[in-house]
Design a protein around this ligand. Structure first.
Ligand SMILES: [Zn+2]
Length: 406
């Protein structure tokens, strides 16, 4: 998505009263914690996690942010959220004013690897495949992609739904000429979403909702643009299984499957399909207008604690290695750039398999191919153990040693 002005989301709707009901009438709130306001339920019931002690974070377009976000868990609606203070809003406004689309994947759409880390597909194709397999959509439907950017989702939609009429929405028209080259592209909307009068059989929100300050009001508005039998498809990071998501400054909500279902339910949607496996570390959810079905229980697992511990152990592991030798860092997306920034005076390279990224630099550090690294290089992979193992196995060579967190 391209986001160039936070004001868009801030001004999108007049705040209306949208309160989530707690599971019980009695919500126990510790009296000592300095709680902050949850932007989902509007209650001052969010307890900050004090364990988050990294001084720096990263924007969703991979730029370093020298500011520390406050992250907390709302006791009322159970969401994990950032504190959306004036400081946070100002910082995020700066991020959106200089937003670089798909900078975490060299300017093109993120690719999804299969479980063996071998074959790969663009993210949009995986989402379209999921739609085709899980719900029935009319061939001549109207599709609206909100936060469409350069229209990668609409291009993938056109390949599979050749008769569908395509519509895009974004907060600026930077990609207008590119969108107009997509076959069956009918109309581009920009600015306030509540000015769109058309109804659609399919509306997509690909990596949008985690940025939205008032997701329930936003989804209620979108509902008015959906036909009675239409579907909404949402793709967001799966924060529970994606530790680096906590470090992404402009993500104000850290969704888990359970909290996403609850937010959709409160906006008047029922879930037709949900998966956090189709795209590793991301959630895909297909919903339609319906009644909120209470899920058996809110997942209160404290994933922030687990994920913060994971990021800390990754940092410690990489930092310990540097006592003996300098390391290169595998990858050049969010986790890699964040780790590089945490390591003081790191002088290595980013090692990446994506040839679109070669000869580019990130914060002055070159991106090189695995075949280009010098003899006896030590490469640290800032990913989960199983994925790291698969990568190390696939790229094993006499020249290099791969390291990762156990
Ligand atoms: Zn809340």
């Amino acid at each position: 998505m391209t986001l160039t002005n936070l004001l868009y989301f801030l001004m999108l709707f007049k705040r209306t009263k949208t309160l989530l009901s707690p599971n019980t009438n009695l919500v126990k709130i510790p009296s000592t914690a300095a709680k902050f306001k949850c932007h989902i339920c509007n209650k001052n019931t969010t307890v900050p996690f004090e364990l988050w002690d990294f001084d720096k974070s990263i924007s969703s377009d991979c730029k370093l942010i020298k500011s520390k976000p406050t992250i907390g868990n709302c006791l009322y609606c159970k969401s994990t959220v950032k504190k959306t203070s004036t400081t946070w809003k100002n910082e995020v406004s700066k991020i959106y004013n200089n937003y670089s689309i798909y900078s975490d994947s060299g300017g093109s759409e993120k690719v999804v690897f299969d479980s063996n880390q071998k074959t790969q597909k663009p993210r949009s194709e995986v989402i379209i495949e999921t739609l085709i397999n899980k719900v029935k959509l009319p061939h001549n439907m109207k599709i609206l992609d909100i936060g469409t950017g350069s229209g990668v989702f609409l291009k993938a939609a056109n390949k599979n739904f050749a008769s569908a009429s395509l519509f895009g929405h974004d907060i600026n028209d930077n990609f207008m000429s590119e969108l107009e080259t997509i076959p069956n592209f009918k109309e581009f909307f920009y600015g306030n979403i509540d000015t769109i009068q058309t109804k659609f059989e399919l509306i997509s929100l690909i990596h949008v909702l985690e940025h939205v300050l008032d997701p329930i009001v936003f989804l209620k508005q979108i509902k008015t643009n959906l036909t009675k039998d239409g579907y909404l498809i949402i793709n967001v990071p799966d924060s529970e299984n994606n530790p680096i998501d906590l470090a992404i400054y402009d993500h104000c909500t850290h969704f888990q499957t359970t909290t996403l279902i609850n937010v959709l339910g409160k906006a008047g949607f029922e879930v037709s399909f949900i998966s956090n496996k189709k795209i590793p570390r991301e959630i895909i959810i297909i919903a339609k207008i319906g009644k909120y079905k209470s899920i058996s229980k809110n997942n209160e697992t404290n994933f922030v604690r687990k994920n913060t511990a994971y990021l800390k152990s990754m940092y410690m592991c990489a930092n310990n290695l540097r006592k003996n030798f300098e390391i290169d860092i595998f990858g050049s997306s969010l986790a890699s750039i964040w780790l590089a920034d945490q390591l003081s005076e790191w002088k290595g390279n980013f090692v990446d398999e994506d040839k679109n990224k070669y000869k580019k630099k990130i914060n002055g550090k070159p991106i090189v191919s695995p075949s280009e690294v010098k003899k006896e290089t030590n490469i640290f992979i800032p990913l989960e153990k199983e994925i790291s193992k698969a990568i190390a196995k696939r790229l094993s060579s006499k020249n290099v040693t791969y390291h990762y967190t156990n």
